[in-house]
Design a protein around this ligand. Structure first.
Ligand code: ADP
Ligand code: ZN
Length: 224
């Protein structure tokens, strides 16, 4: 397996994006860039930037494009991402962000955008019981709780309910996903850069499907 890949992963809140991106990042040995995790880290640090971001996050609104684009462009300019690639989780989320990403990478482009598909009834159920490690971002649910109460298996951090996992904020995030982010899926499809992957099943089954989708894409590219 050749390491390194450039991926964008789409999926509704609760589709399992975060978990799957962590696994893909390990498999392909590339950084997992989650804008949500970056913002949560900023909030936790109490920086001015974090305080600002939190205002938007708490109610489920999107952080303004210029702020997000600045943050991601900076991260994509680091040596590791320039050399090996990245897995983008939660970015792009608007047309302006997608354009900024394409511009940033030009003349190069991403290998693949993946739509991790899970029905809305299922994500609503998953979100109700979701908790997250506030240090490393590992997700836990009713079916996979941490081994010790409230303590992350991976890093020992505290496992908490996300402050924006309230019913109202979840509803708003899903609404914005439909309105702002779903059109991007069509945009990547029209550029022949999109595949859809079924997000139902065990985490291992989903990971296997994702890896198959990425590897198939890379084989085709190399064959061209
Ligand atoms: P979810 O997928 O459950 O909505 P994320 O962890 O991806 O959660 O994001 C949490 C919050 O961070 C979002 O509700 C939003 O306020 C902010 N955020 C994350 N990524 C972006 C982005 N690309 N553009 C604007 N806001 C973002
Ligand atoms: Zn952790």
């Amino acid at each position: 397996m050749v390491p390194g890949v450039k991926l964008v992963i789409f999926g509704k809140q609760g589709a399992g994006k975060g978990t799957q991106c962590q696994r893909l990042a390990r498999h392909y040995v590339v950084p997992h860039i989650s804008t949500g995790d970056m913002f949560r880290a900023a909030v936790k640090s109490g920086s001015e930037f974090g305080v600002k971001a939190q205002e938007f996050m708490q109610t489920g609104e999107l952080v303004p494009d210029d702020i997000v684009i600045g943050l991601v462009s900076e991260r994509l300019s680091d040596l590791d991402t320039r050399g090996r690639g990245f897995i983008l989780d939660g970015f792009p989320r608007t047309a302006q962000q997608a354009e900024a990403l394409a511009e940033h990478l030009a003349p190069d482009e991403i290998d693949l955008a993946i739509d991790l598909e899970v029905p809305t009834e299922v994500v609503l159920r998953r979100l109700a019981g979701r908790r997250v490690c506030q240090d490393c971002g590992t997700n836990y649910g009713p079916d996979n709780p941490p081994k010790e109460d409230d303590i992350c298996d991976v890093c020992g951090g505290e496992v908490i309910q996300r402050r924006d996992d309230t019913e109202a904020a979840i509803r708003r995030r899903l609404e914005l996903y439909e309105k702002e982010t779903e059109p991007l899926i069509a945009w990547y499809l029209s550029r022949d850069q999109l595949v859809t992957v079924d997000g139902m099943g065990t985490p291992d089954q989903v990971t296997a499907r994702l890896i198959r989708a990425v590897d198939t894409r890379r084989e085709h590219r190399h064959a061209r």
